[in-house]
Design a binder for this molecule. Structure first.
Ligand code: 1HE
Length: 266
């Protein structure tokens, strides 16, 4: 079904798929530093709703130009002069897009560079893995712009770096980059070529059974929203299904036969 990848009617994203089911979603509004206008959010909803059902095995989210994403389209927001309830509806569409990503069951690896700021960090934090390069920097300039986060940062960025660090970022506009960004948890990899590394992570993830990846890329997030008691129960139910799938049986047999690779440091 990924052969239908050209059927999307999109302007601000570009899509391509390889023979292993790895899809590249490219933010392609570089002249505006990939700022997220209403149209781009609608396209993200469409793309991340359909790709999992089209058989994508893993997705690399990357950007054209020098910057991953400059966040909310401030010019559109300024021009629209939105009322509070209108912006609440804007936020609901952002949440729709980013929830489709986080809960969609297909690994999404973000290849980062340059600015990953404001709503751009909200987008990046909806991916399952973040890969940064030396040019990548993270910030939440909302306070300085007289704004507040509206695309899930209070949940996902706070989850990555903790509440105190997020509040400091928003109050002061503090920028994190390089080793410090890695240390505080904004990214999981810091490499020379973030796109190449993101593809490597995606290829590794795509080797796993689809059902295992579905659980990893949706169940953990859902369980974080539950009480510990309910999460433990849900974990048992998910594991009951995943850990008895025929594909895991074959892999366990390979381990028993001593043909499967061992888990060791490289
Ligand atoms: C934009 C945007 C944008 C650039 N909305 N148009 N986000 C921010 O506060 C970050 C705002 N952007 C910047 O600080 C800088 O643009 C960058 C550091 C990312 C890049 O700088 P630079 O020198 O390469 O580019 P530039 O000259 O600032 O911008 C180039 C063009 O992109 C220019 O348009 P042009 O038509 O004049 O050529 C800019 O207007 C445009 N552009 N960033 C609209 N963000 C759900 S709530 C989320 C709340 C937030 O996300 S707050 C954080 C917003």
């Amino acid at each position: 079904m990924l052969d239908k990848i050209d059927s999307f009617e999109i302007e601000n994203l570009m899509l391509s798929a390889d023979e292993n089911g790895i899809v590249q979603v490219v933010l392609s509004r570089a002249e505006k530093r990939n700022a997220l206008n209403a149209q781009t959010i609608e396209e993200l909803i469409e793309v991340f709703s359909r790709l999992p059902r089209m058989g994508a095995r893993a997705i690399v989210l990357k950007a054209e130009g020098d910057h991953f994403c400059a966040g909310l389209d401030l010019i559109e927001h300024h021009n629209e002069q939105r009322r509070p309830e209108e912006f609440m509806h804007v936020c609901l569409r952002w949440h729709e897009a980013f929830n489709k990503m986080e809960y969609g069951g297909v690994p999404i690896i973000a290849a980062l560079k340059g600015a990953v700021v404001g709503g751009g960090l909200e987008l990046a934090s909806s991916a399952h893995v973040r890969v940064a390069d030396q040019s990548t920097y993270f910030a939440l300039p909302e306070g300085q712009r007289g704004l507040f986060t509206g695309g899930g940062a209070t949940i996902r960025v706070a989850d990555l770096v903790g509440k105190a660090r997020m509040i400091d970022m928003m109050l002061t506009g503090r920028v994190y980059k390089e080793q410090e960004a890695l240390d505080v948890g904004l990214c999981q990899y810091l490499v020379e070529d973030s796109e190449a590394m993101a593809m490597k992570v995606a290829r590794a993830a795509a080797e796993n059974p689809v059902l295992s990846n579905f659980a990893i890329c949706s169940a953990i997030s859902h369980m974080q929203n539950m009480s510990a008691l309910d999460a433990a129960y849900s974990e048992a139910v998910v594991a009951g299904i995943v850990n008895t799938q025929p594909e895991s049986n074959a892999r366990l047999e390979a381990f028993a036969n001593k043909t499967a690779p061992r888990t060791r440091p490289t």
